[in-house]
Design a protein around this ligand. Structure first.
Ligand code: HEM
Length: 425
């Protein structure tokens, strides 16, 4: 197969580098082979061609889903995500689902969620003293935010039940090797085998979600949660969503919104602890600075590294003919950090967003991906980050270790390898 150049090391070696030192791996591949470059990992069955120049990124985002479906790249999530999941659909079906799901993310309704996020963030941060593992705390907080705002959990008891059930299900799939292994060997070898355990956990999780849906359907509707909005929606023929469909929507919001937000906020604390000047400016309370801070965290530490599409037919991307049967990906991580696209790319400088000069090219700030698959929850994610960082403006943070934390992969996202350990106070 005639593909752009890339490392000749065996796939196992590339997989290990991709998992344990993803940042260094991508930097090395780019330095050695330029743009595009082909990598081979066990992450996907096919080789993957990475693109990061604005022209190529635009071309990848504009690929016709009929020849470059994105849903197939998430296929391994199907057993948990479900048949109706936006993550797995393509073409018209995907657009229809997207129209339904993005309803709660707009305008006044979205803004009405901010005070809930702010209260939850303040309650969490009020407990911070001494040495804190910021990433772990953000995992807890962002899950609580999803349970309250997305799932509409009413009280602590409902939050606790949902949290237990989610932990139970996700603990069986948290490590990527076990997800991949299960996707390949979907054999139920009894309730103690990994696949058997996973199936049982998903069944328990579904039963609990279906109960929640029955409770919410029976109650008078308020619109203080995304679930309330989703329950009121109708498809183009006027039919309300089925329970299975709603279940898959909630799971897509959980899968899309939990690890990504927790990782981004974990990085935010890791970076703030190392930049006292940024903490001081945050304390001043300027909303433009807060916005710049969020943008810069997402630029320098994009939680997701790639937006992949599987090519079913050959395609021309920025002057390169790529054959069918290959994954092509906009490399979010490289685009956000290329030295030729960003001045001082590896420096954390929120001020770069406040100057006269606009950022170099919208297609080089792509932490949320782009095109018809751009993150459906992006407005919520940015609001959530702003509220949590605003709530943190009273804290004094120092790094717990002198050397900056590097990135390692946890499932789909890049997280700080020591858990963003900070000293508070
Ligand atoms: C900082 C946090 C977040 C980051 C960095 C992030 C990033 C991304 C990226 C890169 C994609 C794939 C885009 C592509 O393939 O082109 C995506 C998809 C998605 N995200 Fe997010 N996301 C975040 C938070 C959230 C939140 C809070 C939610 C929901 C509550 C969410 C829901 C989704 C959904 C449903 C999709 C699938 C969209 C589709 O296939 O049409 N995300 N996200």
């Amino acid at each position: 197969m005639n593909l752009p150049p890339g490392p000749s090391a065996p796939a196992i070696w590339q997989t290990v580098a991709w998992m344990t030192r993803p940042g260094a791996f991508l930097r090395r591949v780019h330095a050695r082979f330029g743009d595009p470059a082909t990598i081979r990992t066990y992450w996907t069955e096919e080789p993957m061609v990475l693109f990061s120049s604005p022209d190529a990124v635009r071309a990848v985002f504009r690929l016709d889903p009929a020849i470059a479906p994105a849903g197939q790249s998430w296929e391994f999530l199907r057993p948990f995500a479900g048949e109706h999941s936006i993550l797995l659909l393509d073409g018209e079906e995907h657009l229809r689902e997207r129209r339904l799901m993005t309803g709660p993310f707009h305008g006044e309704r979205m803004r009405s969620f901010a005070p809930i996020v702010s209260d939850l963030a303040r309650a969490e941060l009020a407990t911070w003293r001494g040495r804190v593992s910021a990433h772990e705390r953000m995992r807890e907080l962002t899950l609580e935010i999803i349970l309250r705002v997305v799932f509409g959990a009413r009280d602590d008891a409902e939050v606790a039940t949902l949290r237990r059930s989610i932990d139970d299900t996700l603990s069986t799939v948290r490590s990527l090797p076990s997800v991949l292994a299960m996707a390949v060997v979907r054999k139920d070898l009894g309730p103690h085998s990994p696949w058997g355990r996973f199936r049982l956990a998903v069944e328990r999780f579904d039963a609990m979600l279906l109960e929640l849906l029955a409770r919410r359907r029976a109650e008078p509707r308020d619109s203080d949660s995304m679930l309330a909005v989703l329950l009121d929606q109708h498809d183009e023929d006027g039919n309300p969503p089925s329970d299975r469909h709603l279940r898959d929507e909630l799971v897509a919001l959980l899968v899309g919104g939990h690890d990504s937000s927790a990782a981004s906020l974990g990085w935010a604390f890791e970076l703030l602890a190392r930049h006292p000047a940024a903490q001081a400016r945050l304390r001043d309370g300027d909303p433009a600075y807060l916005d710049a801070l969020v943008k810069e965290v997402l630029r320098i530490r994009p939680a997701l590294t790639i937006a992949p599409r599987l090519l079913l037919e050959p395609a021309e991307i920025a002057g390169h003919t790529i054959p069918a049967g290959v994954q092509v990906a906009a490399c979010l991580w490289l685009a956000c950090r290329r030295e030729d696209l960003w001045s001082g790319a590896s420096q954390f400088r929120p001020e770069r967003w406040l100057g006269e000069q606009p950022p170099p090219n919208p297609l080089s700030w792509i932490p949320f991906g782009g095109g018809v698959r751009r993150c459906a929850g992006a407005p919520f994610a940015e609001m959530e980050m702003r509220e949590v960082l605003r709530a943190a403006s009273g804290l004094t943070l120092r790094p717990a270790h002198s050397d900056a934390e590097r990135a390692r992969r946890s499932m789909l996202v890049l997280v700080p390898h020591r858990g963003a350990e900070v000293l508070v106070g």
